[in-house]
Design a protein around this ligand. Structure first.
Ligand code: ARG
Ligand code: GLU
Length: 723
């Protein structure tokens, strides 16, 4: 009976996985034809894998860009118009905002090309072609090599490959490891640096529902903004110049106004950042019980401090809007992640999977030798890294939130540059630091920062093992009898590195004077002591264990691929171009709660709270709603806003196009549902859903709300009522 139960459990698990794997995966575009085309067609896709990825003629991939390396965008006109999320363009919107021109609050719409606003530092990258270069990169690599020997052989091979690969002078070569570096792919890329802001709705539309609705379904956010790529006269990449012209793309997406219905095929094309689907249960457990909770607790403190200032002060609200949203976003996601992993029994599933893995390995003499111990070794290594991983998260989360340390770190890098490379290195670094500070200070407020210091350094001193606390910090906290508010007052009084005028003037002086100023500053001294303590107590050991884990994960990855031949494997996300596909459907969130897959403008109005900071609705939108003035974008007297589907997405997929069976643009990806945020670690098709804004809502806002018809005219709209 006992055995029967176990046997049944395994059968059920694998039946279940066969189904659940159906929508799981972030696939490499060049392998779609081989691995996915058949399944995609069986789910309803009408185009071919070649229409998606083809290096010989324009294909869908030529309309997809990585936006700034952190989001995705897509080309939606023959004049280089790029659609992405509001939260992806938010930094740009914020940079152009002032108390007089508050584009965050009021939105921004360029009436002509001349009004489009440049954004230094923002770029878009196209993928020209992808090649499997595993053989070349692993040439000469042997199993006997240790990790650093392996890496130097890989680097040598990569260098040789770069030197011979065919490309234009303005293109770049990127080589990335996949499947824990069991495979390598090469990307030829093209980057444009002149990317201008074209339009963004007010935050009350683009970020409607703010943090309360973030990571939640049902959703009613018009999370979009638009940019335009500018090129040199020859249509090639060029640095910003007023003489640059709108870029003519190889391919731009066709827009469909037909919408989607339950069961429809959709695919999402973009640049997912990072997933960890192949961890052993022991590692997942550590994320749930150690790492996520540590990071959550620190962010909670930081958010409380910043929120208090933002509510009282409009200037600080603008300055800290983007930072706050960023801190809050991951803070909330990690909570959903822990909850989702718990609710879906992720650890139990990993246990069953690992038991089956081990059984198969032991039954095969060759596998037994090479893979027999890998799980146990991994479990041991994860147990060993636990305290160091906790210390790393504590250090990173705290130090990165206190801007006093950000500036100290920047200034300190000048000292390091000089010590290592003399005057030349110093000069080069000084330009970077000056650029950094120019962007940094307008968004900094020392009062906020001082409060952050008090709140977070208290955690740093009190919640960590003593040996991880910097001796200088400990000593200083004793001088104020551990009253951290008082200590913060002292620390900020004893430094001038947060005085932008003083720092800028100082940086003009002789190298010696600058270095002296930095070396003797109290805040820099404190920063250095904290850094040194971290390096000696944590970092060395952490890196050593992590290197071992990386090697074991690589073996475990290969082992899973060898042992579970019936399963189709996709590589974890690593910010490279991927395709994911699924079907439009609702889900059962919990007992007695089932969600539909569409939301409408009626839902925006249901959430409307006059004057509220998250749920206010602009007057014009209310008027359009009242008049039911939806133009060609409404259906049956209603205006669609958002919808969900089972596409497997993650951070970085923001702004990715949602395409229908014909490859036409029907939506814009921007989030996932609360119950499914654990999909980065353990995708579960029964509740993992991505959230997209319906393209009809986007066009409605541009056309009816913003009166920016000239932008609609640029677009190629098919398959719907005429506009
Ligand atoms: N959760 C989405 C993502 O991870 C949207 C974040 C932006 N919205 C916000 N309220 N912070 O990027
Ligand atoms: N909002 C996320 C982003 O910025 C995408 C949603 C997700 O994480 O799935 O990329």
């Amino acid at each position: 009976m006992k055995y029967l139960n176990k046997f049944l459990l395994v059968i059920i698990f694998f039946l279940y996985s066969a189904i659940s794997f159906a929508n799981e995966g972030m696939w490499l575009p060049l392998l779609l034809e081989k691995l996915n085309e058949k399944e995609m067609k069986s789910l309803g896709m009408k185009i071919s894998a070649k229409d998606i990825y083809n290096i010989n003629s324009g294909s869908l991939k030529d309309a997809i860009v990585s936006l700034g390396g952190f989001c995705t965008g897509e080309i939606i006109s023959g004049k280089g118009l790029v659609l992405t999320n509001h939260h992806c363009g938010f930094d740009a919107v914020q940079n152009h905002s002032t108390l007089e021109h508050n584009y965050i609050r009021d939105g921004f719409w360029a009436k002509s090309n001349r009004e489009e606003l440049p954004n230094p530092g923002l770029f878009v990258t196209f993928i020209v072609r992808i090649e499997d270069v595993t053989k070349q990169i692993l040439n000469g690599v042997t199993a006997a090599m240790n990790e650093s020997e392996r890496q130097s052989q890989v680097d040598k091979n990569a260098e040789a490959l770069r030197a011979t690969v065919k490309k234009e002078s303005y293109q770049k070569v990127l080589i990335r490891g996949f499947f824990e570096n069991n495979q390598y792919f090469l990307f030829i890329t093209e980057t444009y640096n002149d990317v201008r802001l074209v339009g963004a709705p007010p935050s009350a539309i683009g970020n409607f529902g703010k943090d309360t609705d973030n990571w939640m379904w049902p959703r009613h956010t018009g999370d979009f903004s638009m940019f335009r790529i500018y090129a040199g006269k020859d249509n090639k990449p060029a640095d910003y110049s007023p003489d640059n012209i709108p870029y003519t793309p190889k391919k731009s997406l066709t827009i469909s106004l037909n919408g989607v219905k339950a069961g429809d095929f959709t695919m999402v094309f973009g640049f997912p950042g990072r997933t960890m689907e192949y961890l052993p249960g022991s590692a997942v457990e550590q994320i749930m019980t150690v790492n996520d909770p540590a990071k959550i607790s620190i962010r909670e403190k930081a958010l409380t401090v910043i929120d208090e200032f933002m509510r009282k002060d409009e200037q600080i609200r603008i300055q800290y809007a983007s930072k706050y949203a960023g801190i809050q976003n991951a803070y909330k996601k990690w909570q959903g992640e822990v909850l989702g992993l718990t609710r879906t029994g992720a650890l139990g599933k990993k246990k069953v999977y690992e038991a089956e893995f081990q059984k198969r390995v032991l039954a095969n003499p060759q596998w037994k030798t090479s893979y027999g111990a890998v799980l146990q070794d991994l479990n041991n290594a994860y147990a060993e890294i636990k305290p160091y991983g906790f210390a790393r998260d504590y250090y990173n989360e705290i130090i990165s939130k206190i801007e006093l340390f950000t500036v100290a770190g920047q200034l300190n890098s000048l000292v390091n540059a000089f010590d290592q490379g003399g005057e030349a290195a110093y000069g080069k670094r000084k330009k970077e630091v000056t650029d950094f500070l120019t962007h940094f200070f307008p968004e900094h407020n020392s009062q906020v920062d001082k409060k952050l210091f008090a709140a977070l350094m208290k955690m740093y001193v009190e919640d960590q093992p003593k040996e991880n606390v910097s001796p200088l910090m400990k000593e200083r906290s004793l001088t104020t009898t551990e009253d951290f508010e008082k200590l913060a007052e002292k620390v900020y009084n004893e430094t001038s590195i947060l005085d932008s005028k003083a720092v800028n003037e100082k940086l003009q002086q002789s190298t010696n004077d600058v270095l002296n100023f930095i070396r003797t500053d109290n805040a820099v001294k404190l920063f250095n002591d904290i850094l040194k303590t971290y390096q000696s107590q944590v970092q060395g050991k952490l890196n050593e264990i992590q290197t071992r884990i990386n090697k074991l994960q690589r073996t475990y990855m290969q082992a899973q691929m060898d042992v579970f031949k019936e399963r189709k494997f996709y590589p974890d996300a690593n910010s490279t171009l991927r395709m994911t596909y699924g079907t439009v459907k609702g889900y059962e969130a919990r007992d007695a709660v089932t969600y539909d897959f569409y939301t409408y403008l009626d839902g925006v109005m249901e959430k409307y709270k006059p004057g509220d900071y998250e749920f206010d609705v602009p007057e014009k939108l209310r008027a359009l709603y009242k008049a039911k003035d939806y133009g060609p974008y409404g259906v049956g007297g209603k205006l669609p806003v958002c919808f969900i589907a089972s596409n497997h997405t993650t951070g970085g997929n923001s702004g990715s196009p949602a395409l229908n069976a014909n490859g036409h643009l029907v939506g814009l990806n921007f989030d996932r549902v609360w119950e499914g945020t654990m999909s980065d670690i353990n995708y579960d098709a029964s509740i993992c859903r991505n959230i997209m804004v319906d393209i009809r809502y986007v066009l409605f806002i541009i056309d009816k709300f913003a009166d920016a018809k000239h932008l609609i005219k640029e677009m190629n709209i098919a398959g719907g009522p005429k506009i």
